[in-house]
Design a binder for this molecule. Sequence first.
Ligand SMILES: Nc1ncnc2c1ncn2[C@@H]1O[C@H](COP(=O)(O)OP(=O)(O)O)[C@@H](O)[C@H]1O
Ligand SMILES: [Mg+2]
Length: 586
Amino acid sequence: MKAVHWRLAGYVRRYIFPHVVLLTVAMVVLSTVHGLIPFVIKRFINSLTQLKDVGGLRIVAFEILGLFLVRAAANFAKDYLSAYVGQKIVLDLRADLNNSLQRQSLSFFNRTPTGSIMSRVLNDVTVASNGITNGAFSIVADGGSLIAVLFAAIWLDWKLSLIAMIVFPCAVVPVTGFSKRMRKMAKQAQQQLSGLSVILQETFQGNRVVKAFGMEDYERRRFNRELKRLFRIYMRVAAIKAVTGPMIEAMGAFAVVAVIWWGIASITAGTRTPGEFGAFFAAMFLVYEPFKRLARTNNTIQQSLGAAERVFDMMDTPPDVTEDPEPVDLVPGPHTIRFEDVSFRYGADWVLRHVNLEIPAGKVVALVGMSGGGKSTLADLIPRFYDVVEGRITIDGIDLRKLRLASLRGEIGIVTQHTFLFNDTVRANISYGSMERSEEEIIAAARAANAHEFISRLPKGYDTVVGELGVMLSGGERQRIAIARALLKNAPVLILDEATSSLDSESERAVQDALDRLMANRTTLVIAHRLSTVRSADNIVVISHGRVVEQGTHDELLAIGREYRKLHDLQFLPVSEPGNGRQIAG
Ligand SMILES: Nc1ncnc2c1ncn2[C@@H]1O[C@H](COP(=O)(O)OP(=O)(O)O)[C@@H](O)[C@H]1O
Ligand SMILES: [Mg+2]
């Protein structure tokens, strides 16, 4: 892998013309101004001590004015351009990171907490960019000023410069020793911050659970503990940062004393004018600021590299599900899907074992079985949310992995029991993925999903914003919006994974009518807990512990009298109270 700093530098390259070039010009101008200041001071003191040269003093005044005006303009250009490039880098890094995140498969999001992803996109990226604006650019700006002023100092008085230059560097050596530690700690701090984001995200999103179990205190303590840990890391970072300045100052003081000693001696001896000495003294102080900042720059850069490493790590995580380099486009139309000896596992344990299954074009296949059997997993393999571990899945005879992902997913409509709504209007949520559809089509889909009525009753109808994760709606209402969304997409393959599980019996019947209409002439995989909803399927497949244990029509399976019969009896035969069996099925 390319070294982090080169890669980060690559983000600057796009802005070389004209921004970085202009920025460099501004920095060179600034450095030149700083280099000129000691000379103006020399003329000023010399004119002042002679006092006869009032005209000369006036000219010096104008020179000072001119220098400061140029300095102001150059400073503006420097700050503005450096912010521009810095923000552009933040923008590009975030866009690239998001690009890579959007390509990640579901398993990535299953194992990476949302808070930690957000922390990288928001915090780490900023810290990384900081290293360029406050780090690399500062090396040029402060380094330039330093060289210019040093040059002036040597020009003015090389003997005094020599004294100063022997003392100053002694301060730098110990400072560089901190940098490794700094980088490690900066990385720790960013990690800790990411941990905090994770806790925050969980406790707010899961706030209902936190409240229901009275865990506010526990969450508060957990958060405080992490806060304290972050505080300690930050303080260690601060200690290193704080020690570098004073260390240089102390060393600088020695240099100042040495120069004053020597300087006074030479003035009294008459070998040096007060102007020359004053100018040199000014140069020493001008050197000090950029020197101190330069010494600190290293810390900033180390911090930034630590953060950049985290950003690039996440950016480089290879997606588990990738598109074939020469993908085939799926021809629209009814499709036949076939599972050929498919096995799958998320981690160590097999979740699906040697599954063979056909969903013929235009037919309805139902999956039933105990919860945890692997039905949802099986359904998730069709849109390639995950890839099979063994065997293969074909659609019209083509291996799913050969297909262009967009063309595959474009042919599939999905409704699951976990409906996700965006914090947007009802209309936007229904037309998600089908943005070009007309108002009439949206309303028709909502009507078919038995949702139009309750949507019309919302305060702003289709323009009502549903709130984060759709909290303003009941489970059944959310599910009906999700069904409308799938109806609108009108895809030839339909996956219904407990799509009506949150509906009461009455609205389920109404939605079931819509779904029945929708299923006509479509290749449908329906997973249902309530067997009443799958009775009419062309083929019912019983899944148990990741295996297909039996399949056939409702009547055939009842006649065999094994697994399906058991499930059926559980739901429809009175168990505790006669005639009340449905309650058990829930
Ligand atoms: N994202 C996941 N990571 C790890 N294990 C999972 C994941 N999703 C489901 N499982 C496991 O896979 C098994 C099958 O789950 P699932 O397909 O949801 O079953 P069903 O839909 O039949 O109830 C279960 O044991 C479950 O714990
Ligand atoms: Mg399931």
